[in-house]
Every structure is written in structure tokens, then in C-alpha cells.
Design a protein around this ligand. Structure first.
Ligand SMILES: [Mg+2]
Length: 311
């Protein structure tokens, strides 16, 4: 049994949930306010959102829909993912669901047609696909052509937009290469760029590469790359944070949270990539212990790993 790969499955899913939960109280905040308020770098509650310390948001809840579906179906099956999204939506536990996603799930509930449910146009270039796609990167890590098609199908259910698909593809690719132990931080941006092809996500990723090369601080870089809910910004900022400190999960996630605005999603994406690269052993113990549903996520990561092995 290849245990290092299992450690990376665990690191990826817990990294995603931890980044999301650390960023949760700061969604919509400016970097300066976060730096003032966030001294201990631990989990804080968000009384305005009704969430306690360590609780995660829609990013993790939707990623777990993918995990459940992959375990049960053994592949990306958009009909089943759609049912899981509807089940989540109907639970009412939405924790900051994005506009395009809510719109798409309401359409799904009426038509049950995943090929037509996704939001389209500019409005659909949000980070709702990128934030939840890491489990698909894990599951298809040894088949990159299949990964491409699986990511597209999974994303267009809610975001039928080429940039949303490209952003998710970049994240899934970096997760997959990490699990394969083939990710070279020095060439990661070039490799991901080649994989996703020409698009705005790629242009901003290359901007992240230039900022890394020029020695920019994370604070400066994220201000330039952007940390809004626009997928072009999220992916470049998350990848910058990862590549700024590839071997240091803690630093990567702290820098992503401190980028502000869509803090939970930037940190969820950065945490998923860094967790895949570093494995669970490099995640600080107090974060592991403090995140919501730690045992449940561990269990699901193990089952996803088993499902991948059976594939
Ligand atoms: Mg969120």
C-alpha cells in the first residue's frame, strides 16, 4: 500500500477545509484589518455568519459533495454531483453560497439538466469551480487527459464559462502533479500554463510567476494579482502563496488568508494545493485538531483513496 499518496489525499482535503475555516471570519475584510485582528493565526468565530471557530463554508461543503460522489460512483458523474448539490442546497446549510452557484442549483432543481444549468457570461467567471475541484485532481491524478474532461464536466454544472473551467483545471492539475510527486515549484506555473492553454487565468498565473521572480512580498503580490471572487484573481493569488513557501503549509495558508476579500476561498485553494504537496504531516497539529469534522474528513479522504485504488 502506497501510504505517501494516502497522506497527500488527507493533506489535500484537510488543507482545503483548514484554509476555508481560517479565512471564514475574514471574508470581505481588507488585508490591513485582518493583520490587525488576527494575532494568534488560529480559528476565530464569525458571529455575524453564525459560525464558530474552525467551521468551514460553502467551499468545503461543495468539495465534500464531489468527494461523496466520487466514492459512490467511481468517476465524475455530473448527474450524481447535481443531486448532491441539490441535497446540500435543500439542507439550507449554505454558509455563503455564491450567486452563480445558487442560480445554477435552482435551475437544476427545475430541469435536472446539468449541461444547461450552469451560469454563463462574465457573471460565471467566479471561483466556485476552482474552490471545490481539488478532490477531482486527487481522483484523476494519474490520468491527466481524463482529468481535463472530468474537471470540465464538474465545473460547468454551476459555472459554464471558459475562465471558470481553466481556473479549476489549473488547481486540479497542481493537485494531481503534487500527488504524483512530480510537481517542481520552479516550473509549476509554466507547466500549468501549458496544460490549461491561453486564457486570462494563464495570464495572471504568469503574473504571479513574475512577482515570485522579482522577490515581491505576498502582501504586495496579492494586492496586484487580486483576491476577489473572480477566478482569474483567486487562482493566481493562491498559487503565488503556495510557491512563495512550497514546503511550508502554515505560511502558505496564513499569507492567503491575509490577502483579504475572498479570504476563505483563496486560502481553501492554497491549502488544498499545499496539503497535496506536503501531505498531512506538515499541517500544524492545532489546526488539524481545531477544524470542524476532522474525523469525518479523514474518513472520507481514506475512502476516496480506496475508491481511487479500485478504479
Ligand atoms: Mg466560502
Amino acid at each position: 500500500m502506497n501510504e505517501p499518496i494516502k497522506d497527500q489525499f488527507l493533506g489535500c482535503l484537510l488543507g482545503l477545509a483548514i484554509g476555508d475555516a481560517l479565512g471564514m471570519p475574514f471574508e470581505g475584510w481588507s488585508p490591513a484589518s485582518i493583520k490587525r485582528q488576527w494575532k494568534e493565526k488560529g480559528f476565530l468565530p464569525s458571529p455575524s455568519r453564525g459560525l464558530g471557530p474552525g467551521q468551514y463554508t460553502d467551499d468545503t461543503l461543495m468539495a465534500l459533495c464531489h468527494v461523496h460522489s466520487l466514492i459512490e460512483r467511481g468517476r465524475v458523474e455530473p448527474e450524481d454531483i447535481s443531486r448532491k448539490f441539490i441535497g446540500w442546497y435543500d439542507s439550507g446549510d449554505l454558509r455563503g453560497i455564491g450567486g452563480a452557484t445558487a442560480h445554477a442549483i435552482r435551475r437544476l432543481k427545475k430541469s435536472h439538466n446539468w449541461q444547461e444549468s450552469g451560469a454563463t457570461g462574465e457573471y460565471a467567471a467566479g471561483n466556485g469551480g476552482a474552490m471545490r475541484i481539488a478532490p477531482v485532481g486527487l481522483f484523476y491524478h494519474n490520468d491527466l487527459p481524463a482529468l481535463k474532461e472530468a474537471v470540465r464536466k464538474a465545473v460547468i454544472i454551476t459555472h459554464n464559462n471558459p475562465e471558470a473551467v481553466a481556473g479549476a483545471l489549473a488547481v486540479a492539475y497542481l493537485v494531481a502533479r503534487s500527488v504524483r510527486d512530480e510537481l517542481d515549484p520552479d516550473t509549476a506555473i509554466k507547466d500549468a500554463s501549458n496544460f490549461i492553454g491561453p486564457c486570462k487565468v494563464r495570464e495572471n498565473l504568469q503574473g504571479a510567476g513574475e512577482l515570485l521572480g522579482s522577490g515581491a512580498t505576498p502582501e504586495k503580490a496579492l494586492e496586484i494579482l487580486g483576491t476577489s471572487g473572480y477566478v482569474v484573481e483567486t487562482v493566481a493569488s493562491a498559487v503565488f502563496c503556495f510557491l512563495y513557501s512550497p514546503d511550508d503549509f502554515y505560511k502558505t495558508v496564513v499569507n492567503a488568508v491575509e490577502g483579504g476579500v475572498d479570504s476563505d476561498t483563496t486560502a481553501a485553494v492554497a491549502g488544498a494545493i499545499s496539503g497535496s504537496y506536503n501531505g498531512i504531516k506538515k499541517i500544524p497539529e492545532d489546526w488539524l485538531k481545531g477544524v470542524e469534522n476532522y474525523d469525518g474528513i479523514q474518513d472520507l479522504a481514506g475512502k476516496l483513496y480506496t475508491a481511487w485504488r479500485k478504479k
